[in-house]
Design a binder for this molecule. Structure first.
Ligand SMILES: NC(=O)c1ccc[n+]([C@@H]2O[C@H](COP(=O)([O-])OP(=O)(O)OC[C@H]3O[C@@H](n4cnc5c(N)ncnc54)[C@H](O)[C@@H]3O)[C@@H](O)[C@H]2O)c1
Length: 352
């Protein structure tokens, strides 16, 4: 756990970032949030803004001065700011690469210039691209299928290079379809879980891209918060010790030298898959407990979207072996909590 530290969360007004901000504040940290509110919302920070240990900097990761100002005095950076969504990156690759690669380098460079020890960043399961192997293991990736995937892979390469060049430790977390409270259900780039929940609550048909057999390793936000904290707080000596044991067990991999600066990537997932059709059924079943007519919402199917991989499920072996990561929430537990949150928000106007 990260405690009694000053930490920078970029993208702290977004879904993952704002949950992280609240958790870090609850653990007696001073938290700086750098966000340009392009997809993030001030309402996500309603609770944080009441805490004197919270500092909000409205700025852009594409501006080095904003990055430098935000990172002053921080022991680590938890970099979440990016433009998510595969379809968005296909529609506008210029802005996605500008933010996700250009902004990433500026933030990491500012962190290095400020003497930050470790830079933990959000990568993505999209890095696995067209590699068909399952479960996904960190060292076997395929060809990227979207500009978004390219940006996340470029970040991993840049992070490894920065560690070698400048000695800043970097840890990338390849998130697999994260879901939970505060994830935005609106707009054409919304993720499938909040989008389906919102449609069901509004008695609207669910539209599936493809025949519903595509599957994902849906990961509840609590598991992601755990992975981020382990990635940031596990001492270097422990990571190095565990790296030696892990890489020696996997003989085709090069064992990192003990004096090398840490530059790692880890899957952040549960290690279970759920098809999109199953997801739709489960969400209807959970929400029908609030209103039984919701069980009648129809599901329609259409062509698959370009850039979407058919199946995605992680091996969590490496994250478990080196970070001690152990997911605490199954998809069912997470979906129950998430449906509950959306229902309350829609019907009781409760902000959480
Ligand atoms: N949600 C997922 O399933 C998932 C999966 C894989 C990876 N990721 C990655 O996790 C991170 C967080 O994702 P999220 O789901 O919380 O998305 P989000 O859109 O809710 O949050 C991203 C935040 O970054 C901010 N931001 C964007 N561009 C910025 C810029 N130029 N300067 C400053 N702030 C900027 C946004 O305003 C927003 O608050 C992203 O890096 C995303 O690529 C998410």
């Amino acid at each position: 756990m990260i405690e009694n530290s000053k930490v920078l969360v970029t993208g702290g007004a977004g879904f993952i970032g704002s949950n992280l901000v609240d958790r870090l504040l609850a653990q007696n940290n001073q938290v700086v949030c750098l966000d340009n509110f392009s997809t993030g919302k001030l309402e996500n920070l309603e609770k944080a803004l009441k805490n004197p240990e919270f500092i909000l900097i409205e700025g852009d990761i594409r501006n080095y001065d904003d990055c430098r100002k935000a990172v002053v005095g921080c022991t680590c950076v938890l970099h979440q700011a990016a433009l998510g969504s595969v379809p968005r990156s296909i529609a506008d690759p210029v802005t996605s690469t500008d933010v996700n690669i250009g902004g990433f380098v500026k933030m990491m460079f500012a962190a290095k210039d400020e003497g930050v020890g470790r830079f933990v960043y959000a990568s993505s399961s999209s890095v696995y691209g067209d590699h068909s192997g399952l479960p996904k293991v960190e060292h076997q990736i395929g060809k990227a299928l979207s500009p978004y995937a390219v940006t996340k892979y470029a970040d991993e390469l840049l992070a490894a290079n920065f560690s070698a060049m400048y000695g800043i430790e970097t840890v990338g977390l390849r998130y697999f379809n994260v879901f939970g409270p505060r994830q935005d259900p609106s707009g054409s780039y919304a993720a499938v879980v909040p989008k389906f929940i919102n449609s069901i609550i509004n008695h609207e048909n669910l539209h599936v891209f493809g025949d519903g057999t595509f599957s994902r390793d849906f990961t509840y936000i609590e598991n992601v918060l755990q992975a981020i904290q382990l990635a940031a707080s596990t001492p270097s000596s422990i990571i190095k010790e565990r790296q030696q044991a892990y890489y020696k067990r996997n003989q085709e991999l090069r064992v990192p030298g003990i004096s090398e600066t840490i530059a790692e990537v880890f899957n952040t997932a549960v290690g279970q898959y759920t098809s999109i059709a199953e997801l739709a059924d489960t969400l209807k079943r959970i929400l029908a407990r609030f209103d039984h007519t919701l069980a009648r919402v129809d599901v329609t199917y259409g062509p698959a979207r370009p850039g979407d991989v058919p199946h995605s499920m992680a091996s969590c072996e490496k994250s478990q072996a080196i970070l001690g990561y152990k997911p605490t929430h199954t998809i069912s537990q997470g979906l129950e909590e998430t449906c509950n949150w959306h229902w309350q928000r829609a019907h009781l106007n409760v902000r959480q």
